[in-house]
Design a protein around this ligand. Structure first.
Ligand code: CP
Length: 369
């Protein structure tokens, strides 16, 4: 690394540290905007909490207990882009914790059609709610609104549920939780220690598809860089390569990595395959039409070359990049991944509202053997 590169890296680290310091409150996340807010201790704590929540919720008495945790808080889901999983898993997570919620999804049903700005809309929403979960096409909008609310003296937590092409940190948390459960399933009675290990050392995780515009990949790459010994493969058409900022970050963290334009060559050495669809909603002039995406489809014909322990993940929705016949293979983990999202998002809100100790105490009292 040259002196100039070292200085640039130092500036990036210092700028990110300042952003993270604003978003976190000491060891806790307050706003959730960047995957870089989550170190191994936080990831471990949230995965353990997710595991406890799903265990407690499996009994009627446990589910009733969880619903006593947050009935005095209200959540707002402000979604400016389409969503099935993120929206509904957050609403389901609110229900798990007994927290009422409201939503604004369509501009034409809000006073934005009368000319009210998005900023003013969110200022208003913050008056009625204790947390705002936000999906927005503009990168940085959630972080900007966190600052706006702080300046007006109504600082409620802002959760980034997808920001432009930049980040989707809550998806990355559920993704890493899913990978943990695949590589190192928690043993009965061993939940409290299951997520302290590093099951990623020596594992090769491939990100496949439209890596340039896929925000879930970017956020998960940041989280995986917390685990030394992992190897990351970025497999995409040349036109849709992962951003240089992510490659620089991976490099700075000393994580082994490789860029490839050939999925067929990579399949058999993968322990994790994270497939993504073509994100053509971001096209400016139909440029995706000229890209041969079929070479980045995971086909059923490739299955004999999969490791038996391979974990195939997809943030969904899928198109034809993931053959439906793969659904019946034991390597297909994407439906579990969807369900894990509800528990991880419930864990995150328990953490933010500081009822996580009540969950841990309840688990230790009633669910350890
Ligand atoms: N994975 C994901 O963000 O899905 P939705 O767009 O359906 O929320």
């Amino acid at each position: 690394m040259t002196t100039i590169q070292a200085e640039a890296a130092r500036q990036i680290s210092s700028e990110t540290a300042q952003r993270v310091a604003f978003l976190n409150r000491g060891p806790r996340a307050f706003h959730v905007v960047l995957a870089q807010q989550f170190d191994r201790a936080k990831i471990e704590s949230l995965c353990t909490l997710s595991e406890m929540l799903r265990t407690i919720a499996a009994t009627r008495a446990g589910a009733q207990f969880l619903q006593t945790l947050l009935p005095y808080r209200r959540a707002m889901l402000y979604f400016r882009q389409p969503s099935t999983r993120t929206f509904l898993s957050f609403t389901a997570a609110c229900q798990v914790l007994g927290m009422p919620y409201n939503s604004v999804r369509e501009r034409f049903t809000s006073s934005e059609v009368k000319g009210e700005s998005e900023e003013d809309t969110i200022r208003v929403l913050s008056q009625y709610h204790d947390i705002i979960i936000m999906r927005h096409p503009a990168e940085g909008f959630a972080e900007h609104m966190a600052h706006v609310l702080a300046r007006m003296g109504r600082e409620v937590p802002v959760i980034n549920a997808g920001s432009g092409r930049d980040q989707h940190p809550t998806q990355a948390l559920l993704d890493i939780y899913t990978l943990f459960r695949c590589f190192s399933p928690p043993a009965r009675g061993g939940i409290e220690s299951a997520y302290a290990s590093n099951p990623f050392a020596g594992k090769t995780i491939a990100f496949v598809g439209d890596l340039q515009r896929g925000r879930t990949v970017r956020s998960l790459a940041y989280l995986l860089c917390r685990y030394e010994g992992v190897k990351l493969l970025f497999v995409s058409p040349p036109e849709l390569q992962i951003g240089q900022d992510i490659l620089d970050h991976v490099e700075r963290q000393g994580i082994e990595h490789e860029v490839s334009f050939d999925l067929a060559q990579c399949v058999e050495r993968c322990d994790g395959l994270y497939i993504t669809r073509l994100q053509d909603e971001w096209d400016v002039a139909g440029e995706s039409k000229s890209i041969d995406y079929s070479r980045f489809h995971l086909t059923f014909e490739m299955a004999p070359r999969f490791k038996p322990t391979l974990a195939i993940l997809h943030p969904l929705p899928r198109r034809s990049e993931l053959d439906e016949r793969i659904d019946r293979l034991p390597q297909a983990k994407y439906w579990e991944q969807v369900r894990n999202g509800m528990w991880m998002r419930a864990a995150l809100m328990s953490h933010i509202f500081q009822v996580d100790d009540a969950v841990r105490d309840h688990f230790r009292q009633y669910y350890t053997y």
